[in-house]
Design a binder for this molecule. Structure first.
Ligand SMILES: N[C@@H](CCC(=O)N[C@@H](CS)C(=O)NCC(=O)O)C(=O)O
Length: 212
């Protein structure tokens, strides 16, 4: 049984959404984000203390995108979440799978840190403003893709959508929703309508809003 160590609203949503798409059994082990450095069981899996972490039998993993790739390699024999390497959509898939984290969500972490952890006088800092500018510039790639295709890998749903949609939701929660534009809003709504997305959202506290 796969166990996902996570919290709402964190990147553990990517992993849960993927597991729901694959129809794979799993259990959630909630981690209190604020007290995670006192959670011995979680820290034994990830001494760095970031979420999510995942256990699958003897396998322990951290990093949501690595987990998506692991789940696809081990459990997605039917190609539900990734095109074959020979498929024409594969380069876009691969690019946006990683861009969702390395080009989008990772820069938003700088804004989270500045907004919620920095002392008042340091909240509006040069680093956070650069991070927002970089996020914006990478967002242009998502917008361009949606200008000629319904999803990140073209006509087919894939883990690249899971990666990018999480980052877009994170941006909205940070008050950057105005940067997203109507095409991206439409894309997010289409992704949020997927039954697996809804099931994943429902795994968290009923009071919590969906993660998109
Ligand atoms: N690249 C990592 C980033 C993980 C990450 O930044 N997680 C956030 C929650 S979504 C976190 O735990 N932040 C606190 C920290 O980094 O200590 C991934 O995709 O899993």
């Amino acid at each position: 049984m796969i166990t996902v160590y996570g919290a709402f609203p964190t990147r553990s949503f990517r992993v849960i959404w993927a597991l729901e798409e694959l129809g794979k059994d799993y259990q959630l082990r909630p981690v209190d984000l604020r007290n995670r450095m006192a959670d011995a069981e979680f820290l034994a899996l990830n001494p760095s203390g970031f979420l999510p972490a995942m256990r699958d039998g003897d396998v322990t993993m951290v990093d949501s995108i690595a987990m998506l790739e692991y789940l696809i390699a081990r459990y997605d024999g039917g190609g539900l979440l990734a095109p074959a390497a020979s498929d024409p959509s594969f380069p876009d898939y691969q690019q946006f799978l990683h861009l969702g984290e390395s080009g989008l969500a990772a820069f938003l972490n700088v804004i989270v840190g500045s907004r919620f952890m920095a002392p008042e006088a340091e909240k509006d800092n040069f680093g956070a403003r650069i991070a927002a500018r970089i996020f914006d510039s990478r967002l242009a790639l998502v917008a361009r893709q949606l200008g000629h295709a319904p999803m990140m890998a073209g006509d087919r749903f894939s883990a690249a959508d899971i990666s990018v949609v999480y980052a877009l939701g994170m941006a909205e929660r940070l008050g950057l929703g105005d940067k997203l534009g109507p095409e991206i809003a439409d894309y997010r709504a289409r992704m949020a309508a997927r039954p697996a997305f809804k099931r994943a959202s429902g795994k968290w506290a009923p009071a919590a809003p969906p993660a998109s």
